[in-house]
Design a binder for this molecule. Structure first.
Ligand SMILES: C[S@@+](CC[C@H](N)C(=O)[O-])C[C@H]1O[C@@H](n2cnc3c(N)ncnc32)[C@H](O)[C@@H]1O
Length: 294
């Protein structure tokens, strides 16, 4: 990891941690937020340094870390393993972490960083509850030797079984109203016929969503000119799926504050950490301009 304190302005606390990361006495027990309102607390600093000071149990983390070297973010870097371990520490039993990532192509190959990170999360104790896909309606860079890249991963990790599961049920069922029939293939290869026809069970109008979500990009106005924001709907729909009103939601790579805005909108508490002061400022502006409701 690059020592970001060498040539970047970082908060005093971070400088203190970076110089004496093994010296617990150097860590103030309370760190000063960059911004705070009745539901959102935003820290300006390196998540590796700030996360060990978070005392609040985090019900849900929804975050999108830097993807390889696709964006430089002003030269800032992150210590993946330290941050993953801190996320495990702040997540109580039943808590969930949504990790939205993609891989870069380097020297003709995908890096596979997303997979390595997912396996590391498993290694330190998280369950890989689901590997979901964020599908984009169009591509950012045209490809000529492979198909255009239009998706990212949304790994859903949980500490034990997720304590809150509210699967979104907004997928229009093409068989809506029809009688349920058919058969399920068993592990031994035989077919077990459903009782649906006998019981006259009908398909409902809406079914649970699939785990591939197609979401439109934010426009410049929505993202406050941050170079790589996640769609507001991505944060909103994960918060709706894996948390309840009043829960605490974290984004350790807060960027322009998308997760924080979505959490506040849904009546949750939110904690953000962002290493760039400019992006912290964008978040504050977005929060000030925000009107409740999606
Ligand atoms: C993909 S962007 C997140 C965008 C965010 N989801 C949004 O919608 O605006 C990743 C962010 O992580 C920040 N970052 C990079 N290293 C960091 C670190 N060590 N600690 C905290 N933030 C970091 C970058 O400055 C960047 O804003």
């Amino acid at each position: 990891m690059k020592n970001v304190t060498e040539n970047k302005e970082t908060p005093n606390e971070s400088r203190c941690f970076a110089l004496a990361s093994n010296d617990l006495l150097c860590r103030p027990s309370v760190i000063e937020p960059f911004y705070k309102d009745e539901s959102v607390t935003l820290y300006y600093g390196d998540s590796k340094d700030v996360l060990p000071h978070i005392q609040t149990p985090i019900d849900l983390t929804v975050t999108s870390p830097p993807y390889d070297n696709i964006r430089t973010y002003d030269g800032f870097d992150f210590d993946f393993e330290a941050i993953a371990r801190s996320l495990y520490a702040v997540t109580p039993q039943g808590g969930v972490v949504v990790w939205n990532v993609a891989d870069q192509h380097q020297n003709g190959s995908e890096t596979g960083t997303s997979f390595k990170q997912a396996l590391y999360f498993k290694e330190i104790g998280f369950n890989l509850h689901d590997t979901m896909i964020y599908s984009k309606p169009c591509f950012a860079f045209p490809e000529s030797t492979r198909y255009h890249q239009t998706f990212e991963y949304m790994f859903v990790f949980s500490k034990g079984k997720p304590k809150t599961i509210n699967l979104l049920k907004d997928r229009k069922n093409i068989h809506s109203g029809a009688i349920v029939h058919g058969a399920l293939r068993q592990t031994d290869g035989t077919l077990k016929h459903s009782n649906g026809a006998k019981n006259k069970k009908q398909y409902q109008e809406y079914g649970h969503r699939f785990n591939v979500w197609t979401l439109a990009h934010n426009n410049n106005k929505e993202r406050g000119f941050h170079p790589a924001t996640m769609p507001l709907a991505l944060a909103r729909d994960h918060i709706l799926s894996w948390s309840s009103k009043g829960d605490t939601i974290l984004d350790p790579f807060a960027g322009s504050g998308t997760t924080l805005l979505a959490a506040k909108n849904l009546g949750c508490k939110a904690i953000g950490i962002e290493i760039s002061k400019d992006y912290c400022q964008i978040t504050v502006e977005r929060l000030k301009q925000m009107t409740l409701g999606f």
